[in-house]
Write a protein that binds this ligand. Structure first.
Ligand SMILES: *Cc1c(COP(=O)(O)O)cnc(C)c1O
Length: 387
């Protein structure tokens, strides 16, 4: 029997449209930040309903820019969840502010508004909720807390491109939204990100700070309208997206709808196939929301025949890639040592971090791939093959 192909976790769909779009951009010789980025920004603003969308090199850059442009810095505290990718909290550290964790809920894995409220001090400046796995945070509660205490809300919408909460898209629910187009995300530009906001002044700052702090961007500087001097108005960053990357994004954006439908299909098959196993399945989506289905996360229960790490190894043996989203941030060495956290400080994040595993969910999976994943999970967790 020939060996089964490896199912790569989070592998993107890159088809002929993507390839020819990038090639066309290359042929124009305008491969830096130019017309394709502007087009992508307009398309993304339209997609989310935000008034302004500004492309960045990554979501990490987007988060950092969003905070710096909002004036977050030394002496400030920013509240976020320990159940997130390290970039969320790292970006806070890079502004000079102090990250303050508020525990997540066990069921939704999203930040708990009651824990946010309890973490507020006179130094709190902002809240960075993360729409975990594509499930919207309870934004009514977060917005109410922010309003009461005069805080900024910066959404980490890296998992949440398609997420809708009470009729509004993620990224438009707070003051600023930050998106990721990293390879494994719901759409990709290779590396890339986007900031969304309805605040014109913030948008202007984000645009300037994201390209060295120059008063005019490279596109208008090097256009055929003649040379124009630039002014340095801020010690900014090199956080711009390229036209090559934007040309990928422009053809992926219209496919999001169809890809979400496919992931919903795979999700439903997993839910049905694993219902009798010693695992905790993802909670059903809340009413009046769209879950972006970025990650299908299983918690391997303590009564399962294998632990989480052994489960990961067994999946690999069956040539199936998995992910862990995430081991809680407060137990990572930097955060643990710098802030003196103990695992039990955020017990829900720690509990999830020790048991969670993400199995393949990309729309690239064939029905046969999905079946292979199901058979493997059932075999490893003692569910047998009969269903
Ligand atoms: C992927 C991710 C990021 C960082 O995105 P990049 O585009 O890789 O910088 C930030 N936050 C969360 C929750 C993520 O999953």
């Amino acid at each position: 029997m020939t060996e089964e192909p490896y199912i790569v976790f989070g592998s993107p769909i890159i088809g002929s449209e993507e390839i020819s779009s990038v090639v066309k951009t290359l042929e124009t010789c305008w491969i830096g930040t130019g017309p394709r980025v502007h087009e992508f920004q307009r398309a993304f603003a339209e997609y989310t309903g935000a008034q302004h969308a500004l492309a960045t090199a990554s979501c990490t850059a987007a988060l950092h820019l969003a905070m710096v442009a909002s004036g977050v810095g030394h002496g400030d505290e920013v509240i976020t969840t320990p159940m997130t990718f390290c970039a969320t909290a790292n970006a806070i550290v890079h502004t000079g502010a102090t990250p303050v964790f508020a525990d997540c809920r066990r069921d939704t894995m999203n930040i708990d508004p009651a824990a946010v409220e309890a973490a507020i001090t006179p130094r709190t400046r902002a809240i960075v909720p993360v729409h975990f796995a594509g499930r919207p945070v309870d934004m009514d509660a977060i917005s109410a807390i922010a309003k009461k205490h005069g805080l900024l809300v910066i959404e980490d919408a890296a998992h949440a491109i398609e997420t809708v909460y009470h009729g509004r898209k993620a990224g438009t629910l707070g003051d600023i939204g930050c998106f990721s187009f990293y390879v494994t995300k719901n759409m990709t530009t290779g590396e890339g990100g986007m900031v969304t906001t309805n605040d014109a002044e913030l948008a202007r700052k984000i645009q300037i700070y994201g390209l060295h702090g120059l008063s005019a961007d490279a596109w208008s500087r090097f256009s055929d309208k003649g040379y124009k001097h630039y002014e340095v108005v801020f010690p900014g960053f090199k956080y711009n997206l390229t036209d090559m990357a934007a040309s990928l994004g422009l053809v992926q954006l219209p496919k999001l709808r169809e890809w979400l439908v496919r992931r919903e299909e795979i999700w439903a098959r997993y839910d049905a196939a694993f219902a009798d196993l010693p695992v905790t399945l993802p909670a059903p989506p809340e009413p009046n929301t769209v879950h972006a289905r970025h990650l299908y996360t299983l918690l391997v229960r303590d009564d399962a025949p294998v632990g989480r790490d052994q489960f990961l190894a067994e999946m690999h043996k069956r040539r199936i890639g998995t992910g862990v989203h995430y081991r809680a941030l407060h137990v990572q060495p930097y955060y643990r040592e710098r802030f003196g956290f103990r695992p039990e400080d955020f017990p829900n994040a720690h509990f999830i971090g020790e048991r969670t595993v993400s199995i393949p969910l990309t729309p690239k999976l064939s029905d046969r791939d999905v079946e292979r994943v199901i058979v493997a999970v059932r075999e490893i967790l003692g569910g047998g093959s009969s269903r």
